[in-house]
Write a protein that binds this ligand. Sequence first.
Ligand code: ADP
Ligand code: MG
Length: 352
Amino acid sequence: FDMFVLAFVERFFRPTFRKDDFVLGKKLGEGSFGVVYRVTLANKPSSKEGDLVLKKATEYGAVEIWMNERVRRACANSCADFVYGFLERSTKKTPEYWLIWQFEGDATLADLLQSRDFPYNVETLILGEVQDLPKGLERENRIIQTIIRQLLFALDGLHSTGIVHRDIKPQNIIFSEGSRTFKIIDLGAATDLRVGINYIPKEFLLDPRYAAPEQYIMSTQTPSAPSAPVATALSPVLWQLNLPDRFDIYSTGLIFLQMAFPGLRTDNSLIQFNRQLKRCDYDLVAWRKTVEPRCGAELRRGFELLDLDGGIGWELLTSMVRYKARQRLSAKAALAHPYFDKEGTQKDGGFT
Ligand code: ADP
Ligand code: MG
């Protein structure tokens, strides 16, 4: 129960906020389950554009607050820096949850992927300066390697805590200007299997573009959520049986693919790719055999990038995007893959 004691102590000593403490700024996003704004503290008007982010969420906000509190205590660096969450019911009839984070930066991975300059725009962000080196496949591969490593590192933190994100996609990955690394956001669809929170997946929350073929993780095998104490005892077993974390690994593999192939970066092309892959029974090697003989220069360049260093990138990619969850690498195992042996684009040169 020390987790609950800790939660209580933290609640008691950390500053608490309410609605009137915030001044709303620019709207950053609007989904079906909430609206996100940049905000400032009312008593700190000096801060320019707003150094905080507010999400006004519907009923799922409760789970998202819970997940963020847990992440802050267990694997703080994996996700955007969570400040506070509370239930706000003064004006509206339906309850509204307010969630506050530090503003991490302007760009999500989705924004950065849309730029013609990708992946060099990311290199500049990570290093803080423009590199005066010849552009080419090798260099692009090193940058992509760094992004994937940071993603896997953040995921390993979540998974080691017992949390599966279930909505990993470029839109939910923010570049943190403070730490110069990518962090995960949007824990609204996440599930904590160690405690049984949000155990039954809300299938409709999942983004079909990045979802693994087993998108109804465990709901078919385990029709009802065990009560919390039972789930705590059972979950390591369930985890071993179902490997729910591999769902996030599949999504990360698709992001890897989009980084290697500019032609797969739009929604439509990704949807088309998913159809092709399904037709190949989710076998990437088979997919490659069907597209490579008749592919254009851009696709060929992507394969060339993945084939560098004896095809070690392609090997990693095919170990992440596989039909059977059991055959996909875990985040920890992926981090130990030889693809990461050579140094990537890192400010300090080391692993972070
Ligand atoms: P949803 O997808 O439910 O609308 P997200 O949590 O994904 O909500 O946030 C929506 C958008 O708001 C993100 O894509 C990102 O652009 C921005 N955003 C969210 N959290 C932060 C943060 N901590 N720092 C900077 N921008 C953020
Ligand atoms: Mg989102």
